[in-house]
Design a protein around this ligand. Sequence first.
Ligand code: FES
Length: 160
Amino acid sequence: MEFKFTQENLDKIEQETKKYPVRKPAVMAALYIAQEQNGFISNEVIREVASVLGISAEEVLGVVTFYTMYQQKQMGKYHIQVCTNVSCMLRGGYEIWNQVKDKFGIDHMEVTGDNKFSLEEVECMGSCGTAPMIAINEDFYENLSKEKVEEILTSLGSAN
Ligand code: FES
């Protein structure tokens, strides 16, 4: 499906490009804006970002595949990222991972049937001092126990 930035988002990207001597470093911001507009980064999004910034689609793809914050398929309304890296792992990260998997019946990069929840196992998100942690969309939840996780997930409603 074709993708074009809204004029408002094009203006935001132009603002970003002004922070740098060349347009390319604005690629991360442009992708973030694109993901907000489109929900995920499709091939059409990659082409549009490349065209707006005057760089190649391969350069954009390299950024998309390097950073875990860019999704290449439509994820759930609540995208749950569970860190299982060392600090989180030592403090129960895998128990939380299994807990979320079992609760929604989905695995890594899967989405519930009602598109409400999706799940991703992630590397360190920089909250090691308050491990274990999960992120749901933009929000971090730290110092978690299984009980706290259950409370958080229940507050979002259940999958059908
Ligand atoms: S190891 Fe989980 S946030 Fe760093």
